[in-house]
Ligand binder design. Structure first.
Ligand code: ADP
Ligand code: MG
Length: 247
């Protein structure tokens, strides 16, 4: 289905319900400099695993932040999980974001809280019951391989372990979409592989996953869809792609 067909369906309120992310002709200009995104068309189907690669400054983080509605597009249309992000009301944004888990390069854990509480916190803020929290947190910590570390504080963990806590926190509310912005940027090769394999498993269990990365070796080995950005545009989008060799 091309962009015009999608637009027509949208006007008739007949979304292709397999598509859960749509960007049409999206541009984002910050107050200074050239546009960070310039006419991006991008769709993601439910259940896909997508790598986003490209040089530093090519617009990858801007794309992620637009999908989270941390930023608003300067022009163009963005729909995520049926929410029109240009029109969404401010009070609806927290509810929208519950559907999205996010992981960053620098983990962003709460330093004073234990592993358990870092993950439980994500459930408390959306008012999950204590009983469910006591069931969900151990379950997700086991999934990421941290069953024995409930009481540790972030500083007592390796980088790989901290990122697994961050992943557990991103996933405990069972989001439809996981976004990861350079999640292995601070990790050694072994831990990078473990995090990527975990995200692959999470994807196999039905979560749509979008991973921004510079890790050429992993991208080439995993044979997923690869979207390559350059100066604010998508220059290639390949099923079972590899890292374009151009530097
Ligand atoms: P990437 O994640 O691919 O490195 P970014 O999306 O962070 O790229 O940045 C794309 C472009 O937008 C870069 O030129 C960057 O300097 C610029 N940019 C990013 N964030 C801001 C901001 N808050 N204010 C102004 N310019 C920004
Ligand atoms: Mg970035």
């Amino acid at each position: 289905m091309d962009r015009h067909e999608r637009r027509r369906r949208r006007k008739r309120q007949m979304p292709d319900d397999d598509i859960i992310i749509t960007m049409e002709n999206v541009s984002k200009a910050y107050s200074t400099g050239a546009p960070a995104l310039n006419g991006v068309d991008f769709t993601v189907r439910n259940g896909e695993f997508v790598f986003v690669v490209g040089d530093s400054g090519s617009g990858k983080s801007t794309l992620i932040r637009l999908l989270l509605r941390e930023l608003v597009a300067t022009s163009g249309y963005i729909n995520v999980l049926g929410y029109d992000l240009n029109k969404i009301r401010h009070r609806k944004i927290p509810k929208f974001r519950r559907n999205i888990g996010i992981v960053f390069q620098d983990f962003r854990l709460l330093k004073e809280l234990t592993v358990y509480d870092n993950v439980a916190f994500a459930q408390r803020v959306i008012q999950v019951s204590g009983k469910e929290i006591r069931r969900n947190v151990p379950s997700i910590l086991a999934t990421v391989g941290l069953a024995g570390k409930y009481k540790a504080k972030p500083r007592q963990l390796s980088g790989g372990e901290q990122q697994r806590v961050a992943l557990a926190r991103a996933l405990v509310n069972r989001p439809a979409i996981l976004l990861a912005d350079e999640p292995t940027g601070n990790l050694d090769p072994n831990n990078s592989w473990e995090i990527m394999k975990l995200m692959e498993r999470i994807n196999e269990n039905g979560t749509t996953v979008i991973v921004v990365t510079h890790n050429r070796e992993i991208v080439n080995a995993m044979q997923k869809r690869v979207v390559t950005m350059k100066r604010g545009v998508i220059v290639s989008d390949e099923e079972k792609g590899g890292y374009l060799d151009e530097d």
